[in-house]
Write a protein that binds this ligand. Structure first.
Ligand code: 13P
Length: 251
């Protein structure tokens, strides 16, 4: 079954480093077949990285977007602008945006709706904090984040959507959750989606990813899970040798 590997470069690379990494990856991954690879650089690097990736099998994604299409919104970037520089995907509601930039469920929902309306593929991120987990609230938190982000949004089978389970306390820790937990959480997410989208019959358009300390040593154990359709990779996506070896291991 084809899997999706998404690199979230966060605010980690300069323009030159981003372009150099994209060049190496497009060379190394020239022969990837079946699996989908998406690179998500910082905003200033989107255009040059998109130019490097043109004609390759690697897609371009942004790390965030705004929900309005244009206007007086200083500092924001619209879906249409992302498409102009070649983006097909956009990460929405990453925990670093929720917890550092104060993004709410309501804002996340507006962004998902705007991305779908524009024809971008949203990568909706959900995940529990360590304290929520300790309080036994994990499944509840995940289900509520999914529900509040997607309620009332019509998702046609053509408008693909990824939901990435990223436990907040695991991100950047070097210690991923067990693959079985990623599988279990993917089932929880699927069920919420099925309940939400009965009238549209579009739950099958939704694919679940796992993210949080995915690396060369553990990637295949996650991708072996039947309901985990791919991974969202932070730190391990910043070195060409590591990231391309992770993908080549799947071919
Ligand atoms: P790490 O892979 O560095 O844990 O980051 C995960 C992440 O936040 C991807 O969006």
């Amino acid at each position: 079954m084809p899997k999706t590997i998404i690199a979230n470069w966060k605010m980690s690379l300069s323009l030159k480093e981003s372009v150099d990494l994209a060049k190496k990856l497009s060379r190394d991954l020239r022969s990837i077949t079946g699996h989908a690879v998406v690179l998500c650089p910082s905003f200033p690097a989107l255009l040059p990285v998109g130019q490097v990736l043109a004609g390759s099998k690697i897609a371009l994604g942004a790390q965030d977007m705004f929900w309005e299409t244009h206007g007086a919104y200083t500092g924001e970037v619209a879906a249409g602008m992302l498409q102009e520089v070649g983006c097909t995907h956009v990460i929405i509601g990453h925990s670093e945006r929720r917890n550092i930039a104060g993004e709410t469920d309501a804002m996340v929902r507006k962004k998902v709706a705007a991305a779908i309306a524009a024809g971008l593929t949203p990568i909706l991120c959900v995940g529990e904090k360590f304290q929520e987990r300790q309080e036994g609230l994990k499944d509840h938190v995940i289900a509520e984040q999914v529900r509040s982000a997607l309620e009332g949004i019509a998702i046609s089978s053509a408008a693909k959507l990824y939901i990435a389970y990223e436990p907040v306390w695991v991100i950047g820790s070097g210690q991923a959750v067990e693959p079985e937990e990623a599988q279990y959480t993917a089932e929880v997410i699927r069920q919420v989606a099925v309940d939400l989208f009965t009238e549209y019959n579009s739950a099958s358009a939704i694919r679940v990813l796992y993210g949080g300390s995915v690396d060369a040593a553990n990637i295949t154990s996650f991708l072996r899970q039947p309901d985990v359709h791919g991974v969202l990779v932070g730190g391990a996506s910043l070195k060409a040798e590591t990231f391309s070896s992770m993908i080549q291991a799947l071919v």
